[in-house]
Design a protein around this ligand. Structure first.
Ligand SMILES: [Zn+2]
Length: 116
């Protein structure tokens, strides 16, 4: 498993953490044999996904297409929005409250941002 980073804020997205991945690849149509590019995976952390989805439409057709996909997916699953709010709360508090989500305990005194 390679490490993934949020495209917008560069936060590392750990395996199993909630995030939104946008897969992009290009292929030819009407050309034989069909040519296919390699696929790119673009990841956004919950905060950035929600913030992008709530934000104004971006410039550019490709950005707009991705934005619409993110809006769809954020709108379809409230757990992403919840994760974003929890994270924001964690940052404001400066410390991690014991949320009892069953995850591993965060290392003491580590990290300046919320980890799930
Ligand atoms: Zn982010």
């Amino acid at each position: 498993m390679d490490n993934l980073y949020c495209l917008r804020c560069s936060r590392e997205i750990e395996a199993g953490q909630k995030s939104v991945a946008v897969f992009v690849f290009a292929q030819t149509t009407g050309v034989r044999p069909r040519q296919k590019s390699s696929a790119q995976r673009i990841c956004f952390c919950p905060q950035c996904s929600v913030s992008l989805a709530m934000g104004p439409a971006p410039e550019g057709a490709l950005n707009l297409a991705a934005w619409q996909m993110i809006r769809d997916i954020v709108g379809a699953d409230p757990s992403l929005t919840e994760a974003a709010w929890e994270s924001l709360h964690g940052i404001e508090e400066g410390l991690l409250p014991a949320t009892g989500t069953g995850g591993a305990a965060p290392p003491a005194g580590a990290g300046s941002y919320f980890e799930f």
